[in-house]
Design a protein. Structure first.
Length: 367
């Protein structure tokens, strides 16, 4: 009898199936988290899409989440690291803005005419400021930060793949589905606008060049530097200042030049710091956390009067004045002075809300 019992496998039937399902769920859990975190950081936290439209999260995740997973899995499977992932993030931003939703090529009359109008080049049909915002913004906030946050939650699997071949195939199919859905929606929202074929070809060539450069960076890490790493709080302070400077650079040619120089300088500084002894997960979170703080600070709704269905807080002051017998001034709440952060967030939110487009509260706002 003892010999027969020893011959029975430890798991059979439902127990074996439940164990296999649990193991697979644990394996893909980080990928599922990244699937939903990428659009939350890239769109909802900034304010491009209102939190009341959380129902659109699965649709956005098809494009944002699948793109982040594919970039991370390809980089980790080929033995590459953050330089490759960030450059692939630049290519992702260029593909989305230039080929999928084609916001990069929309003329000012199809948008609010505020964001990026000063750097609009009619010959190219693009705003250079918008190009910088789309490409760098997607690389940092839609791709880099979500990957860094999820990898910090699973330190033992930080550099290992999360999906198998079947999972990669499914993720690729979801990305294509999301691209088709958003492309068709943007076509309907813009009245059938379609960028000329030469411009689309130029975007495709630029994206291919970025992808090739990402994999040409090499698999071998650079030799470490025999110096102690900076303290995480100091890294966080530098990242916070850099994030706000990039966000406040201005939509002018001088702002574009400053943004390019600041981005390149920050990338070079982080590349040098990451080679030091003791650089680890706390430092990577110190880079991602302040960028999230900047995203949240500039993504706060600028003023309740600029949101549909909300009453301005001054209505309470008017009611109190009427009770006390004093006349309430007839004042348009849209002319209420706004904080510079609110102005910055409002301009970007009105220019990027693809679910509703720029409504009357955006067109009629006075700064």
């Amino acid at each position: 009898m003892r010999t027969f019992i020893q011959m029975i496998p430890p798991r059979t039937g439902l127990a074996s199936g439940a164990g296999w399902f649990t193991d697979q769920a644990r394996r893909v859990a980080p990928a599922v988290g990244l699937f939903f975190l990428a659009p939350l950081v890239g769109e909802y936290l900034l304010g491009n899409v209102s939190i009341v439209e959380i129902w659109a999260l699965p649709v956005l995740a098809l494009l944002y989440g699948s793109g982040a997973i594919l970039i991370r899995e390809v980089a980790r499977r080929t033995g590459r690291g953050w330089p490759t992932m960030l450059v692939l993030g630049l290519a992702y931003g260029l593909i989305e803005a230039g080929l999928i939703d084609q916001t990069l090529f929309k003329p000012p009359e199809l948008t609010t005419g505020v964001v990026g109008a000063a750097t609009y080049v009619p010959a190219l049909g693009i705003s250079v400021s918008d190009l910088l915002s789309f490409v760098v913004g997607h690389a940092g906030w839609s791709i880099g930060i979500p990957i860094a946050m999820v990898e910090a939650l699973v330190p033992t699997r930080r550099t290992t793949p999360w999906l198998g071949r079947a999972g990669l195939a499914v993720t690729g199919a979801l990305y294509l589905l999301g691209a088709v859905l958003i492309f068709r929606f943007m076509q309907q929202d813009s009245g059938g606008f379609l960028a000329p074929a030469p411009k689309l070809a130029a975007v495709a060539a630029g994206s291919a060049a970025l992808i090739g450069f990402a994999f040409a960076l090499g698999r071998r890490p650079r030799p470490p530097v025999d110096r102690p790493a900076l303290r995480p709080w100091l890294v966080a302070a530098v990242a916070l200042v850099a994030s706000f400077l990039f966000g406040w650079r201005g939509e002018t040619w001088s702002g574009v030049a400053f943004g390019v120089v600041a981005t390149a300088a920050m990338a070079a500084v982080v590349a040098c710091w990451s080679r030091r002894r003791g650089w680890g997960a706390p430092h990577r979170l110190a880079l991602a956390g302040p960028a999230l703080l900047h995203q949240a600070a500039t993504g706060v709704p600028p003023d309740p009067a600029l949101r549909p269905g909300r009453r301005h807080p001054r209505h309470r002051q008017r009611r109190l004045r009427r009770r006390r017998g004093r006349p309430a001034p007839d004042r348009d709440p849209r002319h209420t002075p706004l904080h510079p952060v609110a102005v910055y967030a409002h301009r970007h939110a009105c220019g990027g809300d693809w679910l509703r487009g720029p409504g009357p509260w955006c067109r009629d706002a006075v700064y």
